[in-house]
Structures are given as C-alpha cells and as structure tokens.
Design a protein around this ligand. Sequence first.
Ligand code: DHB
Length: 314
Amino acid sequence: MLKTKIKNLSLPNCLFNASGPLCSTEEDLLKLNESNSSIVLSKSSTISNRDGNPKPRYYDHDLGSINSMGLPNLGYQFYLSMSDKITKPYFISVSGMTLLDTITIVQECLKNNDIQGIEINLSCPNIIGKGQLAYDLPKMDEYLSNIFPYINNNKNGKLIGLKLVPYFDIHIYSEVCDILQKYPIDFITCVNSLGNGLIIDYQKEETVIKPKNGMGGIGGKYIKPIALSNVRNFYLEFQKRNLDIDIIGCGGIETGVDVFEHILAGATMVQVGTQLYREGPEVFVRLQNELISILKEKNYNSLSEFRGKLKTIS
Ligand code: DHB
C-alpha cells in the first residue's frame, strides 16, 4: 500500500531517516537497517572524522529541536565501509568542508557498487564561519558545475540528490529550478533545518545550546509549514517545467497525518529527523501503521492516488 519509487529504485514504503540523528555510528546504522526505514541514509560525511561543536549542542522540547552539532561524523571512509553490512538501499550524505573534499567523497561513492544514492548537502547551518550554500544561488550553481562533470558519465545507476535549505520567497523556486535543471539530479530533499534559530531558557536567562551564541538549526513542529510549502512549490515548478525530479519531504514529521500531508503536497518519500531522535528507529513502524489507517479511512490503495493532489480553495 505504501510502495513508492525514487526514479527506478523501488521501495517498500515512503519512510526513512533524515541525515542527522541516529545515523552516525555502526550501531546506529545497523539499527536503521533492521528497522522499517526503507532506506538507510548516513550522517553527513566529511573527509576526516570530526568531533563537532562543543556541548550542549542539541535541545528538544514540544515544538521542536535546536541543534548545532557541527558535523560530528566518522569520516566518509567509515560510511563507505558500512555498505558491506547494510542490506537495504544505502545512501551517503556528503558535506565536504571544501569543494575539493566534496568531489573526492562523491567520486569514491560512485565507485562503490553497494551504494544506491548520494545526497549532497548544500544546507548545513552549523559550521562556524560558513554560510549555507543553497542560499547563495550563483555560488551554488558554480559549486554544482564543478561537481557534476565528475558524476555525469559515472553515475553507475546511483541516485543523486541535493539537500536544500528552506526557502521563503515565492519567486526563488523558479530561480533554483533554473539551476537544478542544468544537472542530472534525481531528487531533492526539502528541507534542512531552519538555520540559526534561537531557543531561550527564560528561567536561567540563558541559551539552551552552547555553540554560535546559542544559534542552531530548528527542526520539528516549528518547521512543518515551511517544509510543506517548499515541497509544494518545487512540485508545482517541476510540473510546470516537466522536470522529472523526485521530492523528499523533511520537516516536522511526527505522525501519519504529517506524512500524508507531505505526500499530498507532492513528496514521493519523507525523512524523519527530530522524531527519530525522540523515539528511535521504532518510529518507522508507528508512522507506517498510522499512515495505513489514514489511507484505509480515505479509501486509498496507494500513495500515487493522492500524491501532489492538494486542492486549493476556489
Ligand atoms: C549538521 C547539521 C545540519 O543541518 C546538516 O545538514 C549537516 C550537519 C550538524 O551540525 O552536524
């Protein structure tokens, strides 16, 4: 009932982990492999392992999370080596500290036959002294124009996607699409956390995380409306241009209703971040069951019957 596809890759359901919580270590990745997640996606990887930013660097409450992890990860070679142990489709998130690093990691991923996808992260908000690339469209275009020559004839059947920032201005979607359509992109993930938010502990009169004066990426309920509008606006723009790029929704997925809304807005799959951190990989069974109940209530037999079919008020 929940079967879906990203391009030609068939998947048993539309749920998987966001690159973020619980996908950094061998134990994390093996637990995801055993879970109901239909893909295993690694933590964003860099050339060398990194400890990340000083702690506390993650905080969560009812409305959502704030994090400034600073890319703690075990280095891309570790994530490549895990491909032997992961039996599900395995995607690597790539977040080189420089263009050259990203090119190197992407090239190494392309050579590995046990990796099905690469998510190039253009949107990390937490590296001290660096901005989010996907907000600077000329720079993003230049970055992609330097990476894709290495991908074009070597895709090896792999899916190539971009993790994007949340956009706000309605005119920007068309400008981003002008760039996307120059490259053989299979999917985009919308959205990364809302960068540089601030959550305050009013009793202590203090920030809740330490790095960057307390600023960090916001996830959870706070960002669902923004995530949905990004999914929707890219979906409409891709339809208008006849662009065959799948959209992976990410942002505020806590229940089956949230998954349903992302699919209705045009997503083919969704990723779960903040709620995965709270609940662990068990979250995928709950979300699947809740989504199946909604489909049954509505007499839908498949996701394609309602995907993208959001109505507006006439
Ligand atoms: C981190 C945060 C992100 O939003 C991201 O895309 C990659 C890394 C981090 O701080 O570790």
